[in-house]
Design a binder for this molecule. Structure first.
Ligand code: ZN
Length: 249
């Protein structure tokens, strides 16, 4: 018996993407064959734009403990997929996911896995989206999966932000592969000026820069644990960062 011919074929999982965990396989696919994350809003005309998050789903994720990527219930471990600079201020604009979903996002999401990708901003203003305060507009080249047990949500200038808990595990990725220590350092080094610049809007910029320096010390300590044998390189990066922040040690 012949199959029924339809004019529009169902999209197929995009060739070249990594194998999907079951929870990701349950998500619908975009025309280009990318899984559509649970957090993506459905616009009035029924289309989905990967750049626009659903505020209802943000509230649901926090209230009901749902995974940001697949929408299923989270367990005890929470994973944040962030840029390395977020390891310094330990703030994420998005709530957590399952570890496997966060790992998948780090290797499959074009923005997170391909450094040459830049965020498209076309049409976003008309759609009424607002960038989180302090969001660094660059591709960090390194995606970090930060696994922890707890986090805290807070509202800052009308936006939900998430304070990330102490890490149980940190995994760094570059172009879908485990990142080297040099790649992580490079991402921190190039991201630092934007974080320093953001302190200029604070009430006491010098104090904020000092706090940032302290956060950097803590973050580099965590990073260094993941890459044993790089103590000297980490110290050198720290010295450079302190100099940039105008902090003497
Ligand atoms: Zn999930």
């Amino acid at each position: 018996m012949r199959g029924v011919e339809t004019t529009e074929r169902a999209p197929r999982y995009r060739a070249g993407l990594p194998q999907r965990p079951d929870r990701i396989a349950a998500l619908p696919l975009s025309k280009q064959g990318y899984p559509i994350p649970w957090f993506v809003a459905t616009l009035e005309d029924g289309t989905r734009d990967f750049r626009i998050i659903s505020h209802e789903r943000l509230a649901e994720a926090v209230k009901l403990g749902r995974c940001w990527v697949c929408g299923q219930n989270l367990g005890g471990y929470k994973a944040f997929t962030i840029g390395p600079m977020c390891a310094v201020n330990r703030i994420s604009a998005e709530p957590p996911s399952h570890r496997s979903c966060a790992q998948y996002a780090a290797v499959a999401c074009p923005f997170l896995s391909r450094p040459e990708m830049v965020r498209r901003e076309t049409g976003l203003e008309e759609l009424g989206t607002v960038k989180p305060p302090g969001m660094i507009e660059r591709n960090p080249a390194v995606a970090l999966v930060w696994v922890c047990r707890d986090y805290a949500g807070k509202m800052t200038r009308g936006r939900a932000l998430f304070e990330i808990g102490d890490p149980i595990a940190l995994e760094f990725y570059h172009r879908g592969q485990p990142a080297s220590f040099a790649q992580v350092c490079d991402s921190i080094r190039t991201g630092l000026p934007a974080l320093l610049q953001a302190t200029e809007h604070d009430e006491n910029p010098a104090y904020s820069r000092g706090m940032l320096a302290l956060e950097l010390v803590a973050a580099l300590g965590q990073v260094e644990k993941c890459f044993p044998g790089h103590k000297a390189d980490a110290e050198q990066l720290l010295t450079e960062a302190m100099k940039a922040a105008g902090v003497t040690v």
